[in-house]
Design a protein around this ligand. Structure first.
Ligand code: HEC
Length: 140
C-alpha cells in the first residue's frame, strides 16, 4: 500500500510539470509597449543564444533549430516547431513555442510545447526578458 502511494505521488509530480493552461489575458503573453527594441545582431545573439542555447542548438544537429549565429537563428525561428506552433511568431508571445518552453507553460489555448528550455531549468527572469523583448520587437 505504501509503495502504491509513493508511486502515485511520483506520477502526479511528473505530470504536474505542464498542468496549467494560462488564459490569453495572462501578463505572461502580453508585450510591454515601453520595452526596448532588441535585435539578434544588436545584442540578443551574443547575450542570450550564444551563452544559453548554442551548445545544443547548432549545425551539428539542427533538427530542433540552429541558433549558433544571428543569421542561422533568424532562419531557424521562422520555422514550424515540432509542436503545434511556430518556433517564434513575431510579436506574439502566446504563439511562440520558444516563449512557452522558456516559461515551462502551455499556450493560452492549451498549445503544448513540450518541456522547459534550456533542459536544465528555467533561466532567470532577466534572461527570459531578453527573449521577450526581442520577440515583441519583431524577432529580427
Ligand atoms: C542541453 C541542450 C539544450 C540547450 C542548452 C537548449 N536546448 Fe532547446 N532543445 C534541446 C533538445 C534536445 C530539444 C528537443 C526536445 C524538445 O523539443 O524539448 C530542444 C528543443 C527546443 C525547441 C523546440 C524546437 C522545435 O522545432 O520544436 C526550442 C524552441 C528550443 N529548444 C529553444 C531553446 C532555447 C531558446 C534555448 C536557450 C535559452 C535552448 N533551447 C537551450 C536541447 C537544448
Amino acid at each position: 500500500m505504501r509503495l502504491l502511494l509513493v508511486s502515485c505521488v511520483l506520477v502526479l509530480s511528473a505530470c504536474g510539470q505542464q498542468m496549467t493552461t494560462p488564459d490569453a489575458g495572462n501578463p505572461l503573453f502580453l508585450c510591454d509597449s515601453t520595452a526596448p527594441a532588441l535585435t539578434l545582431s544588436g545584442s540578443v545573439q551574443a547575450d542570450l543564444f550564444d551563452k544559453q542555447c548554442k551548445s545544443c542548438h547548432n549545425s551539428f544537429d539542427a533538427t530542433n533549430g540552429d541558433f549558433s549565429d544571428a543569421a542561422r537563428t533568424a532562419d531557424s525561428v521562422t520555422k514550424a516547431s515540432k509542436y503545434t506552433l511556430k518556433r517564434v511568431e513575431p510579436n506574439q508571445l502566446g504563439k511562440s513555442a520558444m516563449w512557452l518552453k522558456l516559461n515551462n507553460t502551455k499556450g493560452p489555448n492549451g498549445e503544448n510545447s513540450g518541456g522547459v528550455m534550456p533542459p536544465g531549468g528555467m533561466l532567470p527572469e532577466a534572461s527570459r526578458k531578453i527573449i521577450k523583448d526581442w520577440i515583441c520587437s519583431g524577432a529580427k
